[in-house]
Design a protein around this ligand. Structure first.
Ligand SMILES: Nc1ncnc2c1ncn2[C@@H]1O[C@H](COP(=O)(O)OP(=O)(O)O)[C@@H](O)[C@H]1O
Ligand SMILES: Cc1cn([C@H]2C[C@H](O)[C@@H](COP(=O)(O)OP(=O)(O)O)O2)c(=O)[nH]c1=O
Length: 204
């Protein structure tokens, strides 16, 4: 089956605005009559739910492998079918998150990449959201509960690691952009992303 949709990934530190931007972009695309599938990782499949439930005690290499296995299943069972049905898939976190979060968990990013390098398809575009570290810190302080890895990082460190991940994936031929969300409401962030979204392939 030919994939005719577009695969867009949203990345950035916890609290930068990925979930909010995904919803705003989905609204914008739907208002233009596009079919949209919003998803995220870890997935809602059994392995993804297990990862979320056991994030505190599932660590290091075991977590990296579990996340990569969930990602492979997510691609096969959810993302590829949605693309084949001509949807624009908006995915909250993907391989760049692993390069960052698994590094915060003590792994070398080259090892993390080895678990993810064969996964297909790669995104048509990956969008890194950035904003002021103090803004992210203030948002996280409002959250009732923070996961083990949320506590392991800091906004400054995560922002730096995402830019490192971006440089690495630029070298792998990924198409990527960074959007500074400072003083930009979510609907305007969505409009900027839309301006960079590759056009859909014509239906076969
Ligand atoms: N562009 C934006 N402008 C102002 N506030 C935002 C923006 N994007 C997100 N927020 C706010 O920041 C907080 C964290 O956003 P969220 O989408 O949950 O982040 P993430 O999914 O990256 O953890 C929420 O309270 C949300 O309303
Ligand atoms: C996507 C992803 C998640 N995780 C783990 C760490 C997170 O604490 C956990 C849940 O992801 P997270 O994005 O924090 O979930 P939520 O949507 O609930 O905010 O999954 C990784 O370790 N690597 C990854 O690549």
């Amino acid at each position: 089956m030919t994939a005719t949709g577009r695969f867009l990934v949203l990345e950035g530190p916890n609290g930068v605005g990925k979930t909010t931007t995904a919803a705003a972009l989905a609204d914008l695309l739907r208002s233009r009559g596009d079919r949209v599938h919003v998803t995220g990782e870890p997935s809602t499949a059994p392995l993804g739910r297990l990862i979320r439930a056991h994030e505190a005690e599932l660590t290091g290499r075991a977590l990296a492998l579990a996340v990569a296995a969930d990602r492979s299943h997510h691609l096969d069972t959810e993302i590829v079918p949605a693309l084949a049905a001509s949807a624009t898939v908006i995915c909250d976190r993907f391989i760049p998150s692993s390069l960052v979060l698994q590094q915060l968990d003590g792994l070398d990013p080259r090892e993390v990449w080895s678990y993810n390098a064969a996964l297909r398809p790669i995104p048509d575009i990956t969008v890194y959201l950035i904003t002021a570290p103090a803004t992210i810190g203030a948002r996280l302080a409002q959250r009732p509960r923070r996961s083990r890895l949320e506590q392991a990082g800091s906004p400054d460190r995560e922002l730096a690691l995402y830019q490192q991940a971006r440089r690495f994936l630029d070298g792998q031929g990924w198409r990527q952009i960074t959007i500074d969300c400072r003083d930009l409401p979510a609907d305007q962030v969505a409009a900027r992303i839309l301006a960079h979204l590759p056009r859909k392939d014509p239906a076969p």
